[in-house]
Design a protein around this ligand. Structure first.
Ligand SMILES: *[C@@H]1O[C@H](CO)[C@@H](O)[C@H](O)[C@H]1NC(C)=O
Ligand SMILES: *[C@@H]1O[C@H](CO)[C@@H](O)[C@H](O)[C@H]1NC(C)=O
Ligand SMILES: *[C@@H]1O[C@H](CO)[C@@H](O)[C@H](O)[C@H]1NC(C)=O
Ligand SMILES: *[C@@H]1O[C@H](CO)[C@@H](O)[C@H](O)[C@H]1NC(C)=O
Ligand SMILES: *[C@@H]1O[C@H](CO)[C@@H](O)[C@H](O)[C@H]1NC(C)=O
Ligand SMILES: *[C@@H]1O[C@H](CO)[C@@H](O)[C@H](O)[C@H]1NC(C)=O
Ligand SMILES: *[C@@H]1O[C@H](CO)[C@@H](O)[C@H](O)[C@H]1NC(C)=O
Length: 223
């Protein structure tokens, strides 16, 4: 009888300890391995899409080093260490831009201009903090994804000098913080969406050398 009661008490104590460690395990002061591994997988997924890296821009992109120390990667200054910037401007990179980058939910700047990226523009729908997206001067094909209109913090969007198809998606008009838009020399067709002219913050727009038709929205004359 006594032994049974002691067992019961031991079990209650064990349960309490378990609950305690569970609570501590969830506390914010411990690194969140899930978020860490999402960013790691996203960067490794991007590296997998690269077919040529003549200058070794990604030469230290391997798991022997924490990814915040990898070349061209910026992270937040405090925990949780998340990727906030990627600047691979003019690195002679060739390959496709993996949509795994769309999992870098803390990303603010994505700068991949002046490379040889081909294939589609990656899907970045969930990047609520993305402020600058520069994919100028590559060989990207296909449409501008509707989902770009969901990157609500975008201030600069630059896709010039690529070989895109289709039209400017009206969802771009949802980018209410946009200051600069460069879609020149992208082969885009169709009409200029009226919604673009309604972005009050817009200061610089370059839509030159495309197949765009129809009227320039009146609002543009007031920029
Ligand atoms: C991994 O990166 C380190 C530099 O951080 C480099 O010295 C090493 O050669 C790399 N290893 C591989 C297998 O690429
Ligand atoms: C990376 O961090 C440096 C230093 O804080 C900053 O000057 C630079 O603009 C950042 N670049 C990107 C792409 O985030
Ligand atoms: C990105 O890299 C390019 C080329 O190295 C450099 O000129 C530019 O200042 C960098 N921009 C940011 C915001 O880090
Ligand atoms: C984004 O991350 C999730 C898991 O966190 C994964 O299942 C998914 O495949 C990733 N998306 C891409 C495009 O890599
Ligand atoms: C954009 O956001 C809206 C509202 O949050 C959502 O309904 C829609 O599915 C999103 N679009 C994409 C392509 O993610
Ligand atoms: C651009 O893409 C179209 C097909 O989408 C193709 O016919 C054309 O040759 C491409 N132009 C260049 C300069 O690559
Ligand atoms: C984005 O824009 C589209 C088309 O202009 C509109 O139908 C949609 O409701 C907007 N979505 C959000 C989340 O504002």
């Amino acid at each position: 009888m006594r032994a049974k009661q002691q067992l019961k008490i031991t079990m209650v104590v064990l349960l309490a300890l378990l609950l305690l460690t569970y609570e501590f395990g969830n506390a914010r002061c411990l690194p969140n391995h899930d978020d860490y591994s999402v960013d790691l997988q996203a960067l490794l997924g991007f590296k997998q899409g690269i077919t040529s890296d003549q200058n070794g821009a990604l030469s230290n992109w391997n798991t022997s080093t924490q990814f915040c120390r990898w070349n061209s990667v910026n992270c937040s200054q405090a925990r949780p260490w998340r990727v906030t910037g990627l600047n691979l401007t003019r690195k002679s990179l060739s390959g496709q831009i993996s949509s795994s980058l769309g999992n870098l939910t803390f990303l603010r700047k994505l700068l991949l201009r002046d490379n040889n990226f081909y294939g589609p523009i990656p899907l970045l729908n969930d990047l609520q903090h993305l402020e600058v997206l520069n994919l100028n001067q590559n060989r990207l094909h296909g449409i501008i994804p509707d989902g770009l209109g969901n990157c609500s913090s975008l201030m600069a969007l630059a896709l010039s000098n690529n070989n895109l198809t289709g039209m400017i998606p009206p969802t771009i008009g949802n980018l209410s913080s946009l200051l600069g838009l460069d879609l020149s020399q992208t082969n885009l067709a169709g009409i200029i969406p009226e919604a673009l002219g309604k972005i009050a913050t817009l200061q610089i727009v370059d839509l030159s050398e495309n197949q765009l038709k129809g009227p320039i929205p009146n609002e543009f004359w007031q920029l």
